[in-house]
Structure formats: structure tokens, C-alpha cells
Design a protein around this ligand. Sequence first.
Ligand SMILES: C[S@@+](CC[C@H](N)C(=O)[O-])C[C@H]1O[C@@H](n2cnc3c(N)ncnc32)[C@H](O)[C@@H]1O
Length: 273
Amino acid sequence: MLKTAQKKDEDYEMLKKMIHRKLDFNSDQYKDSHFKRRIDVRLRATNVRSYKEYVKILQNDNSEYPKLMETLTVNVTNFFRNPEVYEIVENEVLPAIIKSKNSGLRSIRIWSAGCSIGVEAYSIAMLLDYLLGRRLSEYNIKITGTDIDKESLLKAQKGVYSDAEMKDVRPAFLKKYFTKEDGNYIISEELKKITQFKKQDLISGPKMSGFDAVFCRNVTIYFQKELQEQLYMDFYNALGKDGFFVMGKTETLIGPSKDLFKPYNSKERIYQK
Ligand SMILES: C[S@@+](CC[C@H](N)C(=O)[O-])C[C@H]1O[C@@H](n2cnc3c(N)ncnc32)[C@H](O)[C@@H]1O
């Protein structure tokens, strides 16, 4: 019995190494329970019962790697996810940022960390465009989305979406910021101009700075506690004075940054530097 468990652990370690090598995805800092659950999804989909058998599938079928990556990164998302959070963002957070830029360069920088297919970044872009109206051209706006998943980033750059992602987009925004083609929704060029996407690992990538707001939602839940604490400090340091940090509704601020951030709206998980 002990031997079987040991063998299973060895197979699991081997699988993790393959994933690191082939997908450049280092699972060491993710919660093991989460990682195993995600791999199990692919075990079931490929109809195998052990890590050892799944390793064989990966060795023999190259098309399995992208499917595994998609499953590991859990990139489910939609525009205006948790509308009650965006209500505060629209009515309080973005107006406060805009108000703080009443002179000088008027540059607004926002980071969507773990942006998946870009809908968070574009949701913020829609709100800024809506709030500023004609005054938009007086501001230098850059919304940066980063993620480790190449496929998701490609989709973000293309800006083509399906019904599944659109459920919380209000009709006026649907009309103003999208065109419909072959059943898909295409994001407007105006929003693309103020939005950029790049591949960046939150764990090993460069440290960022100078943002007015950082959104990192539904990303850190999969990470070990120590890493979460470190990332929250990274986000704190990435913000300028009075900058806002918006986290996922099921996530909790922990570690040294908890004493540094002021809660802005605890219910909606919004903090301020
Ligand atoms: C569930 S999506 C969240 C999307 C969006 N923020 C939202 O709340 O709807 C999680 C995203 O985190 C990304 N992710 C996971 N680990 C990451 C890492 N180490 N660095 C950057 N992005 C990561 C995944 O690729 C995935 O696209």
C-alpha cells in the first residue's frame, strides 16, 4: 500500500516536471490540492486513471499540452464579473482617480494582473471612456493586462468574444463598444487603443510600478499562502500614492500588506494605499 502511494507521488512529481519543462508552468507555488484537481480534469477527459498513464498521453499526443494548459490556468471570466464591484469602481474608484489628475500629464495607468482573455481590462476601459466622454483625449490612458497563458492573451488582443462573456454588459455599452459579426462581439478600436496585453508571470516576472489601480481578481486563490502574501506586497509596491487594489470577492488580504493598505470597501474587497 505504502509502495503504491510512493509510486503515485513519484508519477505526480514526474508530471509536474514535464509541465514545467514543456509549458514553462512552475507548479511549485500553487496549492497542491488545486493543481491535482485541475490535472484530474484532464485525466477524466482523456479517460485514464493514473498520472503514469497520463504522462504517456502527453508523451504521445502533442495536442494534449494546450488542453492541459487551458485547464491548469482556469481562465473562466466575463465582462463586469461581479457587477456590484464594478458599481463601486464606476461610481467611486475611477472618479477619484480622474479627480486626482487635475493638472500636469494626466496619465492614468491601470494593471489587470491575471487578465485571462482581457475582459477585465476592457470593462475598465469602457467605464473610463464612458466617464470621461469627450475629455478622454485630454488624458493619457494605459490599461495593461498581463497573464501567463499565451492563448488567452491572443484572444485578448483580438478582442473577439462570444455570448458567454457578455451576460453582464449593459445594452448601452453593447451598442457603443461592440460590433456584431457572425454571432461574435468585436471590441471597438477606441478601447483597443488604450489597452495593451503582455505575457508576464506574476511569480517570476519583473516587478511593476506607477499604477493608479491594480486589479488582481480570482488569480491568487490558487497560490500558496506565502506567495499570496508576497504578491499582495508586490501589488502594494506597484501602486502610486492613494492607488487602489481590487481583489477577487472570495479572496482575503493577508500578510504585511494588510497593515499597509487601508480598507476602502471591505465587502467588495477594495483597498487603498
Ligand atoms: C480565473 S482567471 C481570472 C480572470 C479575471 N481576473 C477575472 O477575475 O475574471 C485566472 C487567470 O490567472 C492566470 N494566472 C495563473 N497563474 C498566473 C501567474 N503565475 N502569472 C500570471 N497569470 C497567472 C491564468 O492564466 C488565468 O487566465
